[in-house]
Write a protein that binds this ligand. Structure first.
Ligand SMILES: [Zn+2]
Length: 186
């Protein structure tokens, strides 16, 4: 494997303590296989294979617990994924320190993307689609609908539609049901 390390331009933030968890470093590799579909078992999991080094990726950061690399099917140039090295299917199953570490890495990536691409905002989200190994997407937003919902697109890509509010009674009922569920976990 031929890899070389390339520092993001303008990423020198020596006073940025959060960068300690994610010293961004781009690793350029010669060839990367196409990733498609989702892993059913851990041994088949594509992201576990990337985490173990069995499959190559355009790695942006790696430490003992997490890894960040370029999404092979980017919404925009720079679209990155941040994963735990250990296999967790859903983000809500991540231990809090691990989830925090992923978020911290995504924050560092977002600041770097803003400087590198000049975008106003960077989106970060988990969807649980594509690969059944929790992964946070980090996407530089060049357009307001780069990360969106069919509801928000009702008036086309140049508008930003607002869904109709629900009746107050339904909102109160929804909030009460969710609060009850939250209490059962605490
Ligand atoms: Zn996995």
């Amino acid at each position: 494997m031929h890899a070389k390390h390339v520092h993001f331009t303008g990423n020198d933030k020596s006073n940025d303590t959060s960068a300690a968890h994610c010293p961004i470093r781009m690793v350029v590799q010669d060839s990367v296989p196409l990733i498609s579909g989702g892993g059913i078992t851990v041994s088949d999991c594509l992201f576990c294979k990337i985490a173990s080094g069995a499959l190559p990726a355009h790695i942006l950061h790696e430490d003992d617990e997490i890894m960040a690399f370029l999404d092979l099917h980017p919404i925009r140039k720079g679209h990155a994924l941040v994963i735990p090295k250990a296999h967790y299917t859903w983000f809500e199953d991540l231990p809090v320190p691990l989830a925090t570490r992923i978020t911290s890495c995504a924050q560092t990536l977002a600041r770097s993307m803003k400087r590198l691409y000049g975008v106003e905002r960077v989106a970060m989200f988990y969807t649980g689609i594509h690969v059944a190994h929790a992964h946070a997407h980090v996407v530089p937003m060049f357009h307001i609908h780069d990360v969106t919902s069919a509801f928000y697109l009702s008036d086309g890509t140049e508008g930003f539609s607002t869904p109709a509010p629900l009746p107050a009674s339904e909102m109160a009922e929804t909030a009460e049901a969710l609060r009850r569920e939250v209490l059962t976990q605490s």
